[in-house]
Design a protein around this ligand. Sequence first.
Ligand code: N7H
Length: 492
Amino acid sequence: MANELTPQQLQAAPSTAPGVPALELEEIQGDTLIGLQKLFERFVFFQIKDVKAFKSALGKKLARRITSVRAVLGREFLLRDHKNQGNKDPLPNVGLNLGFTTFGIQKLVPEADLKDPSFAAGAEAQSGSLGDPLSGEVPAKWLSDFLGAKIDGVFLITGGTQAAVDSEAQKLLGILGAAVSVVHDETGHVRPGAEKGHEHFGWLDGVSQPAINGLSTPFPGQRLMDAGHFVFGYPGQPATPPLPWMNNGSFMVFRRLNQLVPEFAQYRLDQANSLGMDPVLLGARLVGRWKSGAPLELTPLQDDTTLGADPLQNNNFDFSDDQAQRRCPFGAHIRKTNPREDFAPAATQEQAVDPHRIMRAGIPFGPEVSAAEDATHKTQQERGLMFVCYQTSIPNQFEFDQAKWANNPRFISPLIGKKRPNDPTGPDLTVGFDPIIGQNSGAARTTDEPVPNYPEGNVRSTLNEPHDFIVATGGAYFFVPSISALEHELSA
Ligand code: N7H
């Protein structure tokens, strides 16, 4: 989900609109606002064993290795020139970012209160409220590395080649020596060939992200948002940061999400068969986009690859003229997680969209589906998404999107509890779960309107999902501080 800047954005960035405080681009870690350049991304989750030695290494050596937003922007220009000169080989472009869990922060700055209850509780404690199936109090499907408060921090090490990433990891771990022990070490990578930029189910990812006031110029339909939604110290954040050293920092949510790819493909075929529709159309109705990225709102019955690839068009819609969900179901993943103008003006907290937006920066992990997995419709090797997103409030942004929108069968429609349009005697309108990421604590769930009533019609249809095809197998919440906070306050 790397948020690649397009040539038009590059031309505009970084700009400072009148009245907008200039972003301190050399202070903000690079993954938060733009996304580090990444063909490979190694996630090194670690525990701090020797606080004094860790602080010394952090202040003297590590902080200055961190890649800032300014550096990411510079590399975008280099990458563009490299491509324009006809080069096909990747540049090494090693990037490094660093975040700490609440357990790590307590070791470095005891008693620090970052005033985010979900961050303070930690991802494991929050997982039940996100719909992860539990065994007692413990998320049943999580790898043991992510359980029991073992993780103090994470290094995100990115680059154009596996060798460049591994060499940086080796240097880092050499600098830290016995100051840390590695809890979990895993590398994500973009998918090969034509699947580059597509997640494992096959859809183009990273199509819709918020534009940032003072950093990028929005494309048609792209929301221009204040930086404070994602980084502390700027307009748009829920509250002033409780600690001065939190300025230019951000909360990062990490979720290791397995995807049952052959099972989901077979499921779409079976369901399309029983609903009497094209399986490719069914897939698009679940996501709200075709695999190319083209939105159903603009092309409801067939894919349009040119439209999917065109940033001037592929976000140029807002759902306001589709209140009978003829083009795109209310339950589709992109409508659940960004209802755009479905509720304008918003009457409730759930309906106000901007305060809940996130900046996504994940990457796929695991191998391609093998012929044997394809033939048996059964996953044999783990694969999925290292989901990463940034925000200044975990409860109000990532957790809100997952729990209050994706997992809430009554969200979204202002028509909930009323009759379906043009069907005064029929059943009330329902929406159901997000069919991609919705979770019902492991229980079955449904989504409405898989079959389009387009351009007209009023047939009610329901999709039954017997189990989830995305399974959380780990997670952690981090604070990703500014580079000077790493160099001073956290290493003092
Ligand atoms: Fe989603 N998918 O392949 O179906 N996502 N997502 N996501 N997602 C999006 O616009 C996917 C996940 C959002 O502004 C696209 O980039 C998969 C979580 C948001 O229009 C596709 C996984 C959460 C958007 C996918 C996954 C979100 C979005 C369309 C996990 C938050 C932007 C391409 C394995 C709780 C919506 C694009 C907008 C888009 C998929 C996870 C949120 C194809 C496979 C956990 C906000």
